[in-house]
Design a protein around this ligand. Structure first.
Ligand code: NAD
Length: 379
């Protein structure tokens, strides 16, 4: 029997499958939206054109430019546009940036959102919003921003370049791993996270072989949805908070920052949740979670150092200092020195050292996937 727990699940309707893009207009109608504001990432403009056409009279206006971390001036301009076109709902097509801008509008207007994610960031499954002003990222939780309907179409994400795919999967894996040690983690978020991690690994290794493999893209969207759902219920902890600080203060790219930081936070925290650690290791087919994540990211070609993302060593130390000063709660007690060590390891991109008392680490990948610039990957 599981220990006593409280689990909060979030209501959303999920439409999943290749070709689901064709169902967006019908789902908009089901939500009762008669004037939809379409927000899309520039790189999926052609799919946005199809949605605009399918919406017909229900199309009210469009925003094609979005930025990561939702700069506050963009949020204000988007709210003004929604008011100007008389929108009574939003369709957000793209990655976390497009969905994030839709959430910024919903936060002040409660307009319903239909999300069509094309990356694996998982924002579509969460009631979490974020906004950046003066180098500070603020996040909050509000049910008004939770997309009411999510349409997952693997065909859309099959056009996502491999580098963006791999970094985005690292972001999703971060949701899965951190969902096992936050104060709100529970047995339901744990199984969700473990199944998400399994699907993400399987999908990632398959798209490395064939970027257009629809089954693999489906696995990745399924894993990303589970990852987002685990994040929504378990909330964020040390890892996400560090990444938000780095993204807000130094403008680092969101998904790649997760890839560089996650193995090192995992080395620190995972031993505090031994059951989840063992389950995640089984799902990722590794004997050492921190090393397994690092090896998976390097195999997929994701940058694993903050240095390569443009952070200076001085900024890494500064970030540790300001993070420590903000008062950190973590499953394992952590002080400024430990934070500095962690961020300097992530800065240099070192492969996490093997756990002190654990078995020697190994990670198994299928033939063909291993060996592409990966470090220490066992065949
Ligand atoms: P993103 O939305 O900026 O997309 C990354 C890149 O992929 C962009 O250049 C985009 O144009 C491109 N792209 C997207 N779909 C494509 C496609 N089908 N084909 C080709 N290119 C495509 O980045 P992201 O990593 O998806 O999201 C990051 C943002 O989301 C951050 O601001 C982060 O804070 C936020 N986020 C929020 C939550 C939440 O729960 N609120 C969760 C995860 C991420």
């Amino acid at each position: 029997m599981p220990e006593s727990f409280v689990h909060i699940g979030f209501p959303s309707r999920i439409v999943f499958g290749p070709g689901s893009l064709d169902r967006v207009a019908g789902e908009v109608e089901l939500l009762g939206i008669s004037r939809a504001l379409l927000i899309s990432t520039g790189s999926v403009r052609e799919s946005a054109d199809l949605i605009e056409l399918a919406l017909g009279d229900r199309f009210a206006g469009r925003i094609d430019e979005v930025r990561q971390h939702v700069p506050v001036d963009r949020a204000e301009a988007a709210r003004a546009k929604a008011a100007e076109v008389g929108a009574d709902g939003i369709v957000a097509l793209g990655g976390g940036s497009a969905i994030g801008l839709a959430k910024a509008i919903a936060l002040t207007t409660a307009l319903p959102i239909l999300a069509v994610p094309t990356t694996y960031a998982g924002s579509e499954m969460t009631p979490v919003w974020g906004q950046t002003a003066d180098g500070m990222k603020t996040t909050g939780t509000d049910l008004a921003v939770l997309p009411r309907t999510v349409v997952y179409d693997p065909v859309l994400s099959s056009r996502l370049p491999l580098a963006i795919t791999a970094a985005s999967v690292a972001n999703a894996l971060a949701h899965c791993v951190e969902a096992t040690w936050t104060p709100k983690a529970d047995p339901i978020t744990e199984v969700t996270a473990v199944e998400g991690a399994r699907a993400l690994r399987e999908g990632l290794l398959a798209v490395i072989e064939d970027r257009h493999d629809l089954d693999a893209r489906g696995n990745l969207l399924y894993g990303a949805g589970l990852a987002g759902s685990a994040l929504a219920s378990a909330g964020t902890g040390l890892h996400h908070k560090l990444c938000h600080l780095l993204g807000g203060a130094y403008g680092l790219p969101h998904a790649e920052t997760h890839a560089a930081v996650l193995p090192h936070v995992t080395r620190l925290n995972a031993s505090a949740v031994p059951r989840a650690k063992a389950r995640l290791e089984a799902a990722l087919e590794t004997t050492d979670l921190a090393v397994g994540l690092f090896d998976l990211f390097t195999t997929a070609g994701v940058p694993t150092s903050l240095k390569s993302l443009g952070l200076t060593e001085h900024q890494a130390k500064d970030a540790a200092h300001s993070f420590a000063a903000s008062g950190v709660e973590n499953v394992v007690p952590i002080d400024e020195q430990a934070l500095t060590d962690l961020l300097l390891s992530a800065w240099s991109g070192d492969r996490p050292r093997a756990a002190e008392h654990g078995p020697s680490s190994s990670t198994t990948y299928p033939p063909g996937a291993a060996g592409r610039g990966s470090q220490g990957v066992a065949r």
